[in-house]
Design a protein. Structure first.
Length: 190
């Protein structure tokens, strides 16, 4: 049940993935605040493309957007020694942990007691693993674990992104993920 202070910080990996989660959170009685924090993105240009898409989605939903500056070196630090890990392996776990830890810190800084992430909408992401990571960094905040891909969430978010005409990437984001794309990920988007 949503409490009196109904703000929730949603870590957004990209505009595509956050479209449906924002609307679902609103339907559930939350007031989403979108946090764009993605040091994993391989170039500043990719960061800017995804940020522009995120801005369009936030304007569409009339929600606030907080943008963390691009610091790829933070990602490279946690990925050090894990460059050859397979997709969905330890490198990805460390990447997710980095971003969700920053999201939890931002929520705390803003006095927001709840946080979640749009990462889990992708059929290529492990909901249970991401939930475990999020809870490990939550501290005294409450991580709201919603599997956004359920009830056709992935289809709904893709439909919205096509309607808005936003940038649709075909890889998770880091330079290491580019070499590990499978045909389904390229066809469906990440």
């Amino acid at each position: 049940m949503v409490q009196k202070n109904n703000k929730i910080l949603i870590h957004a990996c990209c505009g595509i993935c956050s479209g449906y989660p924002i609307s679902l959170l609103k339907e559930m009685g939350y007031e989403p605040v979108v946090y764009f924090c993605n040091p994993n993105l391989d170039t500043k240009e990719e960061f800017e493309r995804r940020l522009e898409a995120q801005k369009i989605v936030c304007m569409y939903h009339w929600v606030d957007l907080i943008i963390e500056e691009y610091r790829h070196e933070d990602f490279l630090r946690v990925a050090n020694g894990l460059e050859n890990e397979p997709e969905r392996g330890r490198r990805c776990d460390e990447c997710i942990k980095l971003r969700l830890k920053q999201a939890a810190q931002k929520a705390k800084e803003l006095g927001i007691g709840y946080f979640t992430t749009s990462l889990v909408i992708s059929p290529h992401k492990n909901f249970s693993k991401i939930t475990e990571i999020a809870k490990s960094v939550a501290g005294d905040l409450e991580y709201i674990a919603i599997d956004f891909k359920k009830k056709d969430g992935f289809l709904k978010t893709n439909t919205l992104s096509k309607k808005l005409g936003i940038y649709r990437q075909n890889y998770c984001g880091c330079e290491f993920s580019k070499g590990h794309l499978d045909k389904e990920e390229i066809k469906d988007g990440v």
